[in-house]
Design a protein around this ligand. Sequence first.
Ligand SMILES: [Zn+2]
Length: 242
Amino acid sequence: MSEPTSEQLDLLLALQATDHRIRKLEHQLDDLPEQRAMEESRQRTVELGEQLDETRIEAERVGGEQRRLERDVEVLSERRDAERTRLYDGTVTNQREMQSLEAEIASVDRRVTEHEDDLLEVLEQVEGLEQRIGRLEADRAAEEQRFAELEAARDEAAKGLLAELGELKATRARQSEGLPADLLERYEKVAARTGGTGVGKLEGNACTACRIDLSWADVNDLLTGPPLASCPQCQRLLVVPA
Ligand SMILES: [Zn+2]
């Protein structure tokens, strides 16, 4: 392999910078805050839906209780009214029979009152449950609206990042074309092995890729050697400035 020119080495360092920005953007796309907020919003909508289902089941049960009590009040009232009619229309004349009928009417009347009291309580429960259903439906609609807004924001954020990523990939393609194939291949192999950074630059007495200080002897060897070497510490490609 012939020695790369200093322009090629500058280009290699520029390519490394582009690759870093590409990796960072890809990470940002995977980790958009709008995306995470959408997942939380979806979870909240599911929870509200579950609460709505539970409340509706409870409302149905209490509604059944209401209808049963209303029927009972109706049947008992009719019975009481029929017995009152019988008491006063002259069909019952026997004193003891009349007393027994009066006692029966009083007893049924008490049951009507008890059922009416129960019914009032149940009606309050029905009202409370209906209000709760209304609130939950409003909350769920608001959450769905929020989700739609987050989705639009996510798409907008992703659009910007995707456009930037497209430009960076075009830049990368131009930069790679300017490099000798064997140099590009060496860089890419090292970058793949070391998690993305394939080349550093000697700055002072350290390599910019690993930032570990080199011994004076190593630095001296590098400065008197070729412009492209390997870092004695991290083994990445190392550009040595002239
Ligand atoms: Zn290094």
